[in-house]
Write a protein that binds this ligand. Structure first.
Ligand SMILES: Nc1ncnc2c1ncn2[C@@H]1O[C@H](COP(=O)(O)OP(=O)(O)O)[C@@H](O)[C@H]1O
Ligand SMILES: [Mg+2]
Length: 261
């Protein structure tokens, strides 16, 4: 194992039994190493085990067999060093924006000492002026930024994001993607993002992990090596998108793109 590995996932299996007593192989022999500071996205169709994998990394669930480690130490439960952001909601509706973010610090008992960081994170997510607003008074995109700030204020080694932008319109989504890159650079946090948006994966990540369902397994891992800022209409971007579509078996019948000159 290299010194740079933060997260080790080794031959992990997780099986569920559904309502009709059928065995569902949500994860089947999944292995992956994630390096410190890496931005990894996990992509794949619904039901391929993405949330199951993220919950195992978070320590919200345990595998049937296999091993998960962080910094070489087995994961045995949840810990603020692994921040978790849900698909939507997740904010306390009775708390203001600043108090929602402060709960991260309070949970660790360091609110008094680190109080000033609440304002720092409000500025980082661009919500100055909304400190006293309640979740129902802000937009969905703003609420997701608050949820991300609440997790990041604990300076987690890894931030786990389960389709945090799934419910947002495409403009808000693009905006939040840029914010996420900014936060990633600011804190050098390792990012593990689940998405089913191929463009989002290419725009953001160092590596894209492609999963396929029944049984849920990793079918491919791709490096995205071209530099930021990435242009969604650029040749490298579109070529990569086509490759991923093919790997997901969605594009075999598509005509050749026009950028081939
Ligand atoms: N608590 C559960 N009980 C039974 N089956 C489950 C449970 N959680 C997930 N599954 C099943 O496991 C598979 C993977 O689910 P999930 O990890 O949520 O996939 P994804 O997040 O990629 O959509 C699916 O077939 C899903 O129906
Ligand atoms: Mg899911």
């Amino acid at each position: 194992m290299s010194n740079h590995v933060l997260l080790g996932i080794e031959n992990v299996y997780r099986t569920y039994v559904d309502d009709e007593d059928n065995k569902v192989e949500a994860l089947y022999d999944v292995s992956l190493e994630i390096e410190k500071g890496e931005f990894v996205t996990i992509i794949g169709s619904s039901g391929c085990g993405k949330t199951t994998l993220l919950r195992l990394i978070a320590g919200l669930d345990t595998p049937l067999s296999g091993k998960l480690t962080i910094g070489g130490v087995p994961i045995t439960g949840t810990d603020p060093e692994r921040g978790y952001v849900f698909q939507q909601g997740g904010l306390f509706p009775w708390l203001t924006v600043e108090n929602n973010i402060a709960t991260g610090l309070k949970a660790r008992g360091v609110y008094k000492q680190e109080k000033s960081r609440v304002q720092e994170y409000i500025e980082l997510i661009g919500l100055q002026g909304f400190e006293k607003a309640f979740p129902h008074q802000i937009s969905g995109g703003m609420a997701q930024r608050v949820a991300i700030a609440r997790a990041l204020i604990n300076r987690p080694a890894a931030l786990l994001l389960d389709e945090p932008m799934g419910a947002l319109d495409s403009f808000t989504r693009a905006d939040l993607q840029d914010k996420l890159l900014e936060l990633w650079r600011h804190d050098e946090t390792t990012m593990i993002l689940v998405t089913h948006d191929i463009d989002e994966a290419i725009y953001l990540s160092d590596r894209i992990v492609i999963m396929t369902p029944r049984p849920g397994r990793i079918s491919d891992i791709m490096e995205v090596s071209f530099p930021h800022p990435r242009h969604r209409g650029g040749v490298e971007f579109l070529t990569m998108r086509k490759t991923i579509l093919e790997k997901l078996h969605l594009a075999s019948a598509l005509p050749e793109p026009e950028y081939r000159i």
